[in-house]
Design a protein around this ligand. Structure first.
Ligand code: FUB
Length: 325
């Protein structure tokens, strides 16, 4: 094709092609928010004027939940989420982690960033960086906490660390499956006081703990059990103290298309959001033989609203069908 015909075609395409996703009426871009790679288990945090999302990185092929590394995504407008690349690879950067780099979380303290991540369904590691976009490094040379650490109660996978720093500076890590454990992290964020607290009052707790605070109340949300006759929902309980006692309050998100349900809740520029994942994208695609959509998830976000009494309204997931074509 000669150069002028090529340029003409390029112009025609750029004038007629629709953008991949138009922002929806509420100012969000439409779900899923990441389509370049598969992502799950989004932990969203605001550092400075930017919102950072730390998800798991679902592999497009292979067997099971075979995740290997972590990316981070950033936005300042909730419309464009930039992939800042790989920030940590536990199996290359630690000597002890071997497989299953699942749901991570990241917090900031005194100008340093701490990435907490589960591996091998039994260890929780911590990695440190001077920047929220990494690179992160293993400061300990061993896990921070493991399924066989004194005081841990876990009859299944020891996964899904979620870290919350209270207004008084005390940091807590909620973690586990079936039983929610909590440790108080020391000021250095890479050690803890040795005690493991067991959180009570959560109905059907399964996994995916998340803590946030709103109007002085503590909200502990989580994915409830798939073994009680329904697919996992995101449920929550409230308390006046991070360690409880908690009072169960209900469901924030109904079951989603991925089977697993995992979320985070964050306020950004005056609006609260629920981040979660679905398999809507992979369900619309041809996957390699044997690869299930539930293993190829994509992160999403929708606005979250409170009732006047502080309880949370159920979030109705939205989807941008243009992205599923
Ligand atoms: O992504 C692997 C596992 O699936 C997570 O650790 C769970 O929360 C579930 O989303």
């Amino acid at each position: 094709m000669d150069k002028f015909k090529y340029l003409f075609l390029l112009l025609l395409v750029s004038c007629t092609a629709k953008p991949a996703a138009e922002p929806s009426e509420d100012g969000l871009i439409g779900n899923p928010i990441v389509t370049g790679i598969y992502t799950a288990d989004p932990s969203a945090h605001v550092f400075g004027d930017t919102l950072y999302v730390y998800p798991s990185h679902d592999e497009a092929e292979g067997v099971g939940f075979n995740m290997k590394d972590y990316h981070v995504f950033t936005t300042t407008d909730m419309k464009h989420f930039a992939d800042r690349g790989v920030i940590f690879s536990p199996f290359e950067q630690t000597t002890w982690a071997k497989q299953f780099a699942w749901a991570p979380d990241c917090v900031e303290r005194n100008g340093k960033y701490y990435l907490y991540y589960p591996t091998d369904v039994k260890h929780i590691g911590v990695a440190v960086s001077d920047s929220p976009t990494g690179p992160f490094e293993d400061p300990l040379g061993h896990p921070l906490l493991s399924i066989d650490s004194p005081g841990v109660i876990c009859d299944r996978d020891f996964i899904d660390p979620a870290v919350f720093i209270d207004d008084d500076g005390q940091a807590y890590m909620f973690v586990g499956q079936n039983t929610m454990c909590c440790i108080k992290l020391n000021e250095d964020m890479i050690s803890y006081d040795g005690e493991v607290h067991i959180i009570e009052g959560l109905e059907e707790f399964f996994e995916a703990a998340w803590m946030h605070k709103y109007n002085g109340k503590y909200y502990l949300s989580y994915s409830n059990s798939p073994f009680t006759g329904h697919q996992p929902e995101i449920a929550y309980a409230m308390a006046d103290n991070p360690l409880g006692p908690y009072e169960y309050k209900g469901v924030i998100l109904d079951p989603v298309s991925s089977g697993t349900n995992h979320h985070s809740i964050v306020e950004y520029k005056g609006q609260w959001y629920l981040f979660y994942h679905t398999s809507d994208l992979s369900l619309s695609r041809q996957l390699p033989e044997g690869r299930k959509p539930g293993l190829c998830r994509s992160i999403c976000v929708d606005s979250l609203f409170y009732n006047p009494d502080g309880t949370i309204q159920k979030v109705i997931p939205t989807v941008n069908r243009e992205k599923l074509k």
